[in-house]
Design a protein around this ligand. Structure first.
Ligand code: MV4
Length: 450
């Protein structure tokens, strides 16, 4: 096992990784920008290194600064958390070249899944269901038009280097296709440095259901069930839960088998997530694989009792998984609400000094946060300040606990989306489990009619 780990992240996930290290008896090194000197991850780590000014690209994304911090502190491994360098194949390569263990999958796997067209091609070859579309990158507008006519409109043009909703354009007819194809290519070239795009038929109002997988370096690979993540706005998830109300045992089994097949096709090692779209007929399609720990991992931890961060660290140290597929089961139901420092109506970020901070507790409530009273939420980073995770023996109990928790969560000094989350968990369609990726658009249209 490692003696010392450097955590290349900030906020709640950095703190979450520190807690896992403490339980494993591993020393921790925090890195931070000058904007985060008073952050809790800095206070609770055994050692800390300032790696640069507030701007991401000069601090948390600065590979040489992070590697130097690991070298001067004699850390053996780096946990990247999510965001920042978590899905940088280049960073994983540099770690390996410097003799540091990257706590995540091998660089080749990150690279392969980072190219969404190659990921799609790999999944088609492996027999994982994908959305009807182009088998490869579509090199010119004539081929794009011919294929779209065959598929039937509407189609989605997706950037190979995109993902997570970035670099995606809809075409509703042949005219739109010509315009959107060229626009998508030049946008992709500008945003990602690669113009490649591929086509998929648009799935109408799908659910976003993802499967947690985890594999070790000894060839063991298991799934840890699904997370329902349909409640999102502009590709930012707001509420996640496990299990999904849309899956019965048969469908769960088929989707889990597809997720394992997807992970096995790339010899996946460490924790990963296979994203599917699920349509109203119960057909599901692979869309992307995320090669990192995700924000919403706690709902899986709560229903399975497995500590995913500790498991990631053990796997990176070469240990076998501490459980088999047969030993994994779901108990109860978990829901996570993301609390953001933002105006609940305009969604504009609301950084600043927190004056009062009273997080909820009591039976079945977990709060992952790095905030405290008097803490300053800097304007430079993601606006998520806390995650409230409610567990219940049933979904109904989890919802009641979540309502109670959100209503007793007091944050003063900055604006938060607590009022929005309180409304979502009281909404009838949510309570009935009638949700899709269209949920928030409908919800906001009713809340604030034009
Ligand atoms: C789609 C889709 C419909 N049809 N692909 C958005 C994020 C990225 N991972 C893929 N996304 C979508 N891909 C086809 N062929 C709809 C979405 C989508 C979506 C997916 C998951 C969660 C929320 C979403 C919100 C809007 C669109």
């Amino acid at each position: 096992m490692f003696r010392k780990i450097l955590i290349a992240n900030r906020g709640e996930i950095a703190l979450r990784i520190i807690w896992a290290c403490r339980e494993l008896g591993i020393r921790t090194v925090a890195v931070h920008s000058t904007a985060d000197s008073d952050s809790l991850h800095v206070k609770f780590a055994d050692e800390d290194v300032c790696i640069g000014p507030p701007r991401n690209d000069e601090s948390y994304l600065n590979i040489s600064a992070v590697i130097s911090a690991a070298e001067i502190t004699d850390a053996e491994a780096i946990h990247p958390g999510y965001g920042f360098l978590a899905e940088s194949a280049q960073f994983a390569d540099v770690c390996r070249e410097c003799g540091l263990t990257f706590i995540g999958p091998p660089a080749e796997v990150i690279r392969k899944m980072g190219d969404k067209a190659e990921a799609r091609r790999t999944m088609i070859a492996a027999g994982v269901p994908t959305v009807p579309g182009s088998p490869e990158v579509v090199p010119d507008v004539e081929q794009a038009a011919a294929l779209s006519a065959e598929l039937g409109y509407p189609v989605l043009i997706k950037a190979a280097a995109g993902g997570g909703g970035r670099g995606m354009r809809v075409a509703r007819d042949a005219d739109e296709l010509v315009r959107q194809y060229e626009a998508a290519r030049s946008e992709a070239a500008k945003a990602f440095g690669m113009p490649d795009v591929y086509l998929e038929k648009l799935v109408h109002e799908p659910r976003h259901v993802e499967f947690q997988v985890i594999g070790d370096a000894h060839g063991n690979l298991v799934h840890l069930f699904e997370r329902e993540c349909s409640i999102q706005r502009r590709h930012q998830k707001l509420v996640e839960e496990c299990p999904s109300t849309a899956l019965d045992e048969a469908l769960r089994g088929r989707m889990a088998a597809a997720a394992l097949r997807a992970a096995a096709a790339v010899n996946y090692v460490n924790a990963g997530t296979v994203e599917f779209l699920l349509d109203s007929r119960g057909d599901f399609f692979f869309i992307e694989m995320n090669t990192r720990i995700q924000v919403e991992h706690p709902v899986t931890e709560v229903v399975t009792g497995i500590d995913l961060i500790k498991e990631q660290i053990r796997i990176a140290a070469g240990e076998p998984l501490s459980f088999t597929q047969d030993e994994v089961s779901m108990t109860g139901h978990a829901i996570e609400c993301r609390i953001n420092a933002e105006d609940p109506e305009t969604f504009r970020p609301s950084p600043g000094k927190i004056v009062t901070f009273h997080p909820p507790g009591g039976p079945g409530i977990r709060v992952d946060t790095a905030c405290y009273a008097e803490a300053v939420v800097p304007p430079y980073y993601d606006s998520m300040i806390a995650k409230v995770i409610a567990r219940g023996n049933t979904r109904g109990e989890a919802i009641l606990r979540m309502r109670r928790a959100l209503e007793s969560f007091v944050v003063e000094g900055i604006r938060t989306n607590l009022p929005l989350q309180q409304k979502i968990v009281r909404e009838e369609d949510f309570v009935r489990g009638r949700i899709s990726t269209a949920f928030m658009d409908r919800f906001l249209a009713v809340e604030a009619p034009e």
